[in-house]
Design a protein around this ligand. Structure first.
Ligand code: V55
Ligand code: FE
Length: 486
């Protein structure tokens, strides 16, 4: 059987599979200069299918994970990328074809891979306890060598991870160095069970709490404050019957309420309070914090599903005109017994993939950094980013004032998720750089863009030429030279 990808948007144009592992020494700098004292590595992770989909079609979220690293030292940057050698990757490489079927649907797999991990390690990267991991929310982390990117293997915290899954959006407490994470569908696909964990700075699990969500759905991200942990439940619901019938894992059910479960950090399942309101869509959180018993969550929020590749459960078509987010502040009062969710728009821009200066995570932040879509600018003529959005701007925003400082990407180009790089360990909040991979559609290649986070509207500090196309990835991290040596 020939290896040919179907001619559908998931595998076409800028999103055509690249299927390469690259070593590139000393990227060309085409604008500005790389600061001589910038020392560390920007890791990112995204899907790039090794083989055409078994069922003839699939969604972008199911490609095999590739980790890319950009290592900065002495005013230069080197690039390296490697596939994560998951069980799925290895089995399919031996067979020279896809053996695993649809996204999170084990009922569509070849019988020869029954019982093997379906994890693709394609969503995010984590540095904790002196180890690097590639993450996918349906399986345990996969450990990677931080210099060679070779796969070491699945990591279950020395066997202490009882959940079958672990989120791709763990949080590190900048004060204690602890890792906060959870698994959803923790007892198996479509189960409503969530397992919450804290690991100490060495990576040893010190706390485990099992809770049940009001219904089984995609719990893609969560939030932590100095005193509380927040689990958002949105109407992207899963169904075992649908899976068995070979259908999609998730479908959007607008009749399901939006819930946020809030648990004291030191609490147990019996302490979770479920706040509740009408249907809302949130995916990636900017940050959360609490002022006494008032809890605040800043997040892009839309009134309906923003993932067009998951159908509406009632059969109606996806409505792109309503799937528009803005940065909102949700509030929760833990003092009484109320369960209402407060909602206020703080920065009215069509944003997603927000990031906070990691030194201010879990406390009140002044800034957020994020890509957004300015619909008054001509839309770039390429395929949208990882979730179909054409991010033609990168911004620093201030939720307290609504202030927005923008870098317009310009030309026929869009930005992927940015990352914040602190200038130093002790600098002020937001003092540092914003780094992002840029999709250049006309040239079918990428740039690496380095901006001054305090002057987002200024010409770039440095623009580095990536002579190949870097497919849309999801998330990344910055690991400074100091972090490595800790
Ligand atoms: C997302 C990405 C995923 C996934 C579920 O950004 C949600 C959303 C790359 O994989 O499996
Ligand atoms: Fe994500």
């Amino acid at each position: 059987m020939a290896t040919t990808f179907p001619a559908i948007p998931t595998y076409s144009g800028f999103n055509a599979p690249v299927r390469a592992e690259v070593d590139m020494f000393d990227l060309e700098v085409t604008e500005g200069a790389i600061p001589a004292d910038l020392a560390g590595t920007f890791y990112r992770c995204g899907p790039d299918p090794q083989f055409p989909p078994k069922l003839g079609t699939d969604i972008y979220l199911n490609g095999d994970g590739v980790v890319t690293m950009f290592r900065f030292a002495d005013g230069h940057v080197d690039m390296k990328s490697r596939y994560v050698r998951t069980e799925k990757f290895e089995a399919e490489r031996s067979a020279r074809r896809a053996l695993f079927g649809a996204y999170r649907n084990p009922f569509t797999d070849d019988p020869s891979v029954a019982g093997k991990s379906r994890g693709t390690a394609n969503t995010n990267v984590l540095w904790h306890g002196g180890k690097l991991f590639a993450l996918k929310e349906d399986s345990p982390p996969v450990q990677i060598d931080p210099d060679t990117l070779e796969t070491i293997g699945p990591w279950t915290f020395d066997g202490a991870l009882k959940s079958k899954t672990a989120t791709a959006h763990p949080k590190i407490d900048p004060v204690t160095g602890e890792l906060f994470f959870y698994g959803f569908a923790a007892k198996g696909e479509t189960t409503p069970d969530i397992a919450f964990y804290i690991a100490d700075p060495s990576g040893k699990i010190t706390r485990e709490v099992w809770l049940k969500a009001p219904y089984s759905s995609m719990v893609h991200d969560f939030a932590v404050t100095r005193d509380y942990v927040l689990f958002p439940i949105i109407g992207l619901a899963s169904s075992l019957e649908r899976l068995k019938a070979g259908g999609p894992h998730y479908a959007w059910d607008a009749s399901l309420d939006f819930y946020v479960g809030i648990m004291p950090r030191t609490g147990g399942a019996e302490d979770v309070r479920w706040f509740q309101g009408p249907s809302r869509f949130i995916s990636h959180m900017l940050n959360a914090f609490n002022d006494g018993t008032m809890v605040y969550l800043d997040t892009p929020l839309a009134s309906t599903n923003m993932f067009p590749f998951f159908p509406n459960v009632d059969g109606t078509p996806h409505d792109r005109s309503k799937a528009v987010s803005s940065l909102c502040r949700l509030s929760f009062d833990m003092s009484g017994s109320g369960t209402a969710i407060g909602q206020e728009t703080v920065v009215p821009i069509f944003c997603e993939f927000p990031i906070v200066d990691p030194r201010y995570a879990m406390s009140e932040h002044r800034y957020g950094f994020m890509p957004y879509v300015d619909r008054s600018l001509p839309p770039p003529a390429g395929l949208g980013g990882a979730v179909g959005l054409n991010f033609n701007c990168l911004a620093r925003v201030e939720p307290a004032t609504g202030a927005v400082t923008t870098q317009i990407i310009g030309g026929n180009a869009t930005s992927q998720e940015p990352m914040f790089i602190p200038r130093s360990r002790n600098g002020a909040e937001g003092d540092g750089y914003v780094i992002a991979v840029i999709n250049r559609y006309d040239e079918q290649r990428s740039d690496l863009l380095l901006l001054d986070a305090q002057h987002m509207d200024a010409p770039p500090v440095a623009r580095m030429r990536v002579p190949i196309r870097l497919r849309n990835a999801f998330h990344g991290i910055w690991v400074s030279k100091e972090d490595r040596e800790k």
